[in-house]
Write a new protein. Structure first.
Length: 303
């Protein structure tokens, strides 16, 4: 790997790092062939999936996992065949939120069957494999390098999941992404141009700023950004059965991508997530209707 840094300062700098295509004939490791074969196997495994949608943000704690699950629920209620891949391997939320913490992984004829929620959504989450009190560890052949290669190992693991599970015929496969603008772009790169993005923000300048950075980074690549959802956009007041403002952030920094809708804060929704209660059991409140509208908007934008 040759790094070539120059022109720091006003002009910026350029960093040249060799890509897979530059290291053909690298002494027999067949790295380019291995990567190409791995990507082909992943593409084959996902051939029956109509839409790939990644739910990201850049920011943590804004409701990516909550919206992934409940938008999937709202779309499932419309009869769509849906699965979720919880790509947040280090902070997996879907196992608990989707109620598949105790799921068993049952080998099928060729691949492993996906655990399912009560609503019939297939869910892969590291949280179904290891308890919440344990951290995900990747073994390292040489002591001490496991952190250095962490990102590489995580993507290898993602590839393993994509080709080992029975995704089957699906209308939609949703990826629940980890935080970090750089991770968001890495996922775009890894999952390929078929994957579209939905970005989640909350109505604060800090959050919108981070999401704007993700938008800028994604705009350099081929992936479609469908739009953003503003979560915790006001809170649902049970007493008055209406939506009240939650944040006082000025409204002058809209993200320059379509808004797919807003979802208010509702402690009842958080309780449902903690207890793994599915979308179908949400009461008919403005919160459920907001989730439903965003799901419809997502569907309209996709088609
Ligand atoms: N609209 C909402 N109303 C109430 N609680 C919410 C809402 N959105 C998210 N939460 C809660 O906030 C916490 C963080 O949400 P989560 O979806 O895990 O965020 P992220 O995946 O972006 O880190 C969770 O406990 C979740 O239940
Ligand atoms: Mg999450």
């Amino acid at each position: 790997m040759k790094a070539d840094c120059r022109e720091w300062g006003t002009v910026g700098y350029s960093l040249t790092v060799k890509g897979y295509h530059d290291i053909v004939g690298d002494g027999g490791s067949r790295i380019l062939e291995q990567v190409t074969e791995q990507r082909a196997r992943i593409t084959d495994g996902l051939a029956g999936v109509r839409h790939l949608v990644a739910v990201g943000s850049g920011k943590g704690g804004v409701g990516k996992s909550t919206l992934t699950l409940h938008l999937a629920g709202a779309l499932r209620a419309r009869g769509l065949r849906i699965a979720i891949l919880d790509a947040d391997f280090n902070g997996p939320s879907q196992a608990r939120m989707a109620g598949v913490q105790q799921a068993l992984f049952i080998p099928g004829s060729e691949k492993v069957s996906l655990p399912r929620t009560k609503d019939g959504i297939g869910v892969f989450s590291v949280g179904s494999m290891i308890p919440e009190s344990a951290a995900l560890e990747f073994e390292s052949a040489a002591n001490g390098d496991s952190h250095t290669w962490r990102a590489t190992k995580e993507f290898a693991f993602l590839g393993e999941i994509l080709r080992s599970f029975e995704w089957g015929e699906l209308d939609l496969l949703m990826f629940d992404l980890p935080p970090g603008a750089e991770r968001t772009v890495q996922y775009a790169d890894y999952l390929g141009p078929r994957t579209s993005f939905v970005l989640v923000t909350i109505p604060s300048e800090v959050s919108r700023g981070v999401v704007a950075r993700s938008v800028a980074a994604l705009s350099k690549g081929p992936n479609r950004v469908l739009g953003y959802v503003e979560n915790m956009s006001g809170y649902y007041c049970r007493e008055c059965n209406g939506i009240k403002p939650l944040f006082d952030a000025p409204d002058d920094s809209r993200l320059e991508i379509p808004c797919l809708g807003t979802v208010p804060f509702d402690p009842e929704l958080a309780r449902h997530c903690d207890q793994g209660i599915p979308f179908s059991e949400l009461a008919d409140t403005p919160v459920r209707r907001a989730l439903d509208r965003v799901a419809q908007q997502l569907l309209d934008t996709l088609s």
